[in-house]
Design a protein around this ligand. Structure first.
Ligand code: GUN
Length: 291
């Protein structure tokens, strides 16, 4: 079975559009998201364009700040300070990767936690770790959990989840969310021994390694739920044209697993929908805190 992330994301956006409209009517607040893009990374341009479009489609305010690749860290920090102090801005997202002369973690830590809709600030990741309410949770991991729950009927408890990848953006937070859902969680990575055998234990397998078609069919337990976070650009072997593939060898794994998210059309669309969800959540929390 194919888990349709495009449809799930469209459903989530419709629900958000209704909530945004209700918030406007009841409190006169329109959630607003500012995306900061430094330099001219081609993939980032596409992501930012999609973010802006979808933010507006659900009735939120979208602002875009474009800065040249030569922007200094100090200038970027000043820009963030203005946004942190601007009450009309509810969410701030600095598109990654940043140019090499800028220290990414210094930028992430400079975004005020209530506006950190990426959920990358230590305050938000710490709250997620501690299982506290009110954390802004990273978007791609949220999307992974929603898709797994949608397929498995909402209850993940007792399932063995194997996450391949340990990044701060996906691997670690998705593992924590699976733990919150009462899964038994294994985090595998590039130094894991017997990776195939570890993956074979998984009822839920989350692949977030960034290696094209890395996960093979004989690593996957029959009936497992496979969540593919990878977006890799490769050349099609037959046509020679560029194409997008995930971290999972889709065709062969589809034969053994119970369900799988496709690439494109799986986790990807959920990421932006969850960003909009975080922006609404941030606006609601800020409204509550200023009452
Ligand atoms: N670049 C690729 N994915 C992301 C993301 O989720 N957030 C940000 N800020 N930058 C990204």
């Amino acid at each position: 079975m194919i888990i349709d992330g495009k449809q799930a994301a469209a459903n989530l956006r419709s629900e958000l559009a209704r909530e945004v409209s209700a918030l406007k009517k009841s409190k006169g607040i329109t959630p607003s998201l500012t995306v900061v893009l430094v330099g001219e990374d081609a993939a980032s341009e596409v992501y930012v364009r999609n973010k802006v479009k979808q933010t507006r489609e659900v009735g939120m305010i979208s602002n875009e700040i474009r800065l040249p690749a030569t922007t200094t860290q100090t200038d970027l920090l000043s820009q963030l300070s203005l946004l942190n102090n601007d009450n009309s801005v509810h969410g701030i997202l600095v598109q990654l990767p940043l140019p090499e002369h800028i220290d990414e973690s210094a930028i992430i830590e400079a975004i005020t936690p209530p506006k950190d809709v990426d959920g990358f600030h230590a305050m938000n990741s710490g709250r997620l770790l501690n299982g506290e309410k009110g954390a802004l949770v990273p978007c791609t991991p949220q999307g992974c959990i929603m898709l797994a729950k949608q397929h498995l009927g909402g209850d993940l408890s007792g399932k063995h989840a194997v996450v391949i990848g340990r990044s701060n953006i996906v691997g670690k937070p998705v593992a924590l969310l699976l733990l919150q859902e009462n899964c038994t969680v294994t985090i595998a990575h590039s130094r894991t021994k017997n990776l195939a055998q570890v993956c074979q234990q998984a009822d839920i397998l989350v692949a977030a390694v960034g290696r094209a078609e890395f996960v093979q069919a004989d690593w996957v337990k029959k009936g497992a739920t496979v969540i593919d976070v990878g977006i890799n650009r490769i050349e099609d072997a037959l046509t020679g044209k560029p194409k997008l593939v995930g971290d999972v060898a889709y065709d062969s794994v589809s034969e053994v697993c119970g369900a799988i998210t496709p690439v494109p059309g799986g986790v990807g669309p959920m990421t932006i929908a969850c960003l909009l969800k975080n922006t609404l959540e941030a606006a609601l929390q800020q409204a509550q805190n200023t009452q």
